[in-house]
Design a protein around this ligand. Structure first.
Ligand code: RP5
Length: 160
């Protein structure tokens, strides 16, 4: 099997319900990816190893989802030069505002591209990652254009 190009990581198995939408979107676009549970707080060595080996393993970008005190995307970005896209998970207590603010407020010098809270963010992270890859992959660019055209065609012009 070919090596994955996009790494999807998340702080907990409980994040999968959201992050699976990133995986499914990459599947629809034919982009090879992997999904792993990597917690900044509960499995810091796993995070260190994942981030430090990501580029050498052939990954081109990382999509990182986390909720609450969501340090995973930022910490991953601190340990790799790969683009990191952060997905704030909708937390129970604060509806994901905690996740969003934890991910978006990075200090200058270590960027995380922060998406919307929840499912929309997960889907858009996958689309952005695919768009980045498509800059050097004409076949993927065509698939992405087709995906967008289908979406446009699926929107009715009347509400009922
Ligand atoms: C974060 O804590 C995870 O990203 C998750 O969103 C949140 C809650 O994790 P669990 O208690 O459900 O494992 O690290």
């Amino acid at each position: 099997m070919a090596d994955p190009l996009i790494g999807i990581i998340m702080g907990s198995t409980s994040d999968w319900e959201t992050m699976r939408h990133a995986a499914e979107t990459l599947d629809a676009l034919g982009v090879l990816h992997e999904s792993r549970v990597v917690s900044a707080h509960r499995t810091p060595k796993r995070l260190y190893d994942y981030a430090h080996s990501a580029r050498d393993r052939g990954l081109k970008a990382i999509i990182a989802g986390a909720g609450g005190a969501a340090h995973l995307p930022g910490m991953a970005a601190s340990m790799t030069e790969l683009p990191v896209l952060g997905v704030p998970i909708e937390s129970k207590s604060l509806k994901g505002m905690d996740s969003l603010l934890s991910i978006v407020q990075m200090p200058a010098g270590i960027p995380v591209g922060t998406l919307a809270i929840g499912k929309a963010g997960a889907i858009n992270a996958a689309l952005l990652a695919a768009a980045m890859l498509a800059n050097g992959d004409e076949a993927l660019a065509a698939r992405l254009a087709e995906w967008r055209a289908k979406q446009t065609d699926s929107v009715p012009d009347r509400p009922e």
